[in-house]
Write a protein that binds this ligand. Structure first.
Ligand SMILES: Cc1ncc(COP(=O)(O)O)c(C=O)c1O
Length: 454
């Protein structure tokens, strides 16, 4: 296999070297579940290479991944896309910079704003009915913000999002570059794109993008790739990674990144997955009261993401998710009040798809699809009372969401999943926010942390 890191560590294991270094298990089979993992769990030595020094087999493995994603460079991350989001924002916007954010960004973005004292401006994606989640970002609204705030250094967008919606990265990167602004893409859910003939964000013109290998590839939890264009300083980003992540990056995670990239390049399993998702979407739309999201003229969709809308049945996504778990022993990735999301990958078998299909059919029994769901209320424009950083580090206390009107939010109010903050730190919580949160996220958000002194 063309897996330089896996191959070189396997050779090292065969040498049976006496390990007088960490980790403390010394690579010996000691705890059953880790018998084949501990041997690969090395530390930085002349034989194993050093992630932050860009040497050895780790570097060779990174460059193969860069090639796959048609990027100028790739960094292995062992702290998930969260690490990549922190590093790219810190390195590109630097301390106290301004950033334009897709308002539906992940909560890790707010933590980066607190760490680097970033000032956010927002673009809101249109809400797609009846699903109730964000669709595409408008170029007009983006340009309005870029024009109004020339101090913006970077724009961060999410593509694909949790539900599979893909943004027009080419158009957004052209627009950003015309204002001398870098485009950063949170593609945490898109590491598998090359296998289904979808371009990587870098191929489409983005400057930096992060891909959670562990979400859609057979890689260990926390494994991610940061892919980089030749328009930014790769070394400066690496230095910021070493600032926000551990000085002992996990070798098993890095080996899994090497193996997952090779797997993606050399199997047909993801193409098969896309065909099976197409079938199951058709089955659900023809035989159940639910609606499987399919791409249309308004947006492009990851052909492997299975988003099932329950809105027209009057039953919430949360209820169906619970039923799938308790009655069918199926645990889905996430649900909100109107949808269920299943992450389908090249690892799922024909039988797995059949099981899921039958379970959705059974859950739909007795339901109809004629209920008109309420129109989702628009969120109010945010009123940033104090900076995210100040709010994050202020004195604070926990109160019931019902008593929060007029208070300043200390931590992002984030129903999880999908981990998208409804209110950012430093923003004033309004009656409209409370109505939105109690209506849409009644079972995940009941208390909030507010600033008491700032
Ligand atoms: C859109 C998005 N971005 C970033 C992240 C963070 O990814 P990770 O868990 O790899 O740190 C998530 C996690 O769910 C996510 O959904």
């Amino acid at each position: 296999m063309n897996t330089p890191l896996y191959n070189s560590l396997s050779e090292l294991i065969d040498k049976n070297t006496l390990r007088m270094h960490m980790p403390g298990h010394k690579g010996k089979a000691y705890f059953k579940p880790f018998d084949s993992i501990f041997p690969y769990d090395f530390t930085e030595t002349p034989q194993t290479g050093n992630l932050y020094e860009e040497d050895g087999a780790i570097r060779e493995a990174e460059l193969l991944a860069a090639k796959l994603y048609k990027a100028y460079d790739c960094h292995f991350l062992t702290g998930g896309s969260t690490e990549g989001i922190h590093a790219m924002l810190g390195a590109i916007c630097s301390d106290g910079g301004s950033v334009l954010l897709d308002r539906n960004c992940h909560k890790s973005v707010t933590a980066a704003c607190a760490l680097f004292d970033l000032k956010p401006y927002f673009v809101y994606p249109e809400i797609l009915e009846p699903y109730g989640f964000g669709g595409k970002l408008s170029l007009e609204s983006t340009e309005k913000q870029l024009k109004a705030h020339p101090e913006i250094k970077a724009m961060l967008i999410v593509s694909p999002n949790y539900y599979g919606i893909i943004q027009d990265i080419k158009a957004l990167s052209d627009l950003c570059h015309s204002y001398n602004v870098k485009l950063l893409v949170d593609a945490a859910h898109g590491a598998h794109f090359p296998a289904i003939n979808l371009k990587s964000p870098i191929e489409l013109g983005a400057d930096v993008a992060v891909l959670s290998a562990h979400k859609t590839l057979p890689a260990l939890g926390q494994g991610a790739y940061l892919i980089i264009n030749d328009t930014v300083d790769s070394k400066a980003i690496r230095q910021t990674e070493s600032m926000v992540c551990t000085s002992s990056p996990s070798y098993p995670i890095m080996v899994s990144l090497d193996l997952a990239r090779d797997w993606l390049q050399n199997t047909n399993d993801y193409k098969l997955c896309a065909e099976r998702v197409k079938d199951i979407r058709e089955f659900i739309n023809n035989n159940t009261a639910f609606t499987a999201l399919t791409s249309n003229e308004n947006f492009d969709l990851d052909s492997t993401r299975l988003t099932i809308c329950t809105a027209k049945t009057g039953v919430s996504g949360h209820q169906i998710l619970k039923k799938l778990d308790s009655e069918f022993n199926i645990v889905c990735e996430m649900a909100d009040d109107r949808n269920i999301v299943c992450i389908m990958t090249g690892i799922d078998s024909k039988y797995d798809f059949e099981q899921l299909k039958n379970a959705f059919l059974a859950c739909s029994a007795g339901l109809t699809d004629d209920i008109l769901p309420d129109i989702i209320p628009d969120l109010p424009e945010p009123k940033q009372a104090i900076s995210i950083r100040k709010a994050w580090f202020s004195k604070n206390k926990t109160i019931n969401i019902k008593d929060a009107e007029g208070k300043i939010c200390a931590r992002p109010i984030t129903p999880y999943p999908p981990g998208i903050p409804v209110v950012f730190s430093g923003e004033e919580i309004t009656a409209k926010h409370i109505e939105f949160l109690t209506k849409r996220c009644y079972n995940t958000v009941s208390e909030v942390l507010i600033c008491t002194e700032f």
